[in-house]
Design a protein. Structure first.
Length: 46
């Protein structure tokens, strides 16, 4: 009983870490794309 509960906890923790990693990757990507587009807009002559 405790073994399955432990396994479920470990599985939940690892999947949460995976989801967190995906969110961070997406956030990093959107941050970089925003930064690049902002840089391009800033470099354009007015």
């Amino acid at each position: 009983m405790s073994l399955t509960r432990e396994n479920a906890y470990l599985f939940h923790t690892s999947s949460s870490i995976e989801i967190l990693g995906h969110i961070l990757e997406k956030g990093k990507f959107s941050f970089y794309s925003n930064f690049i587009s902002f840089s391009l807009l800033s470099s354009l002559p007015e």
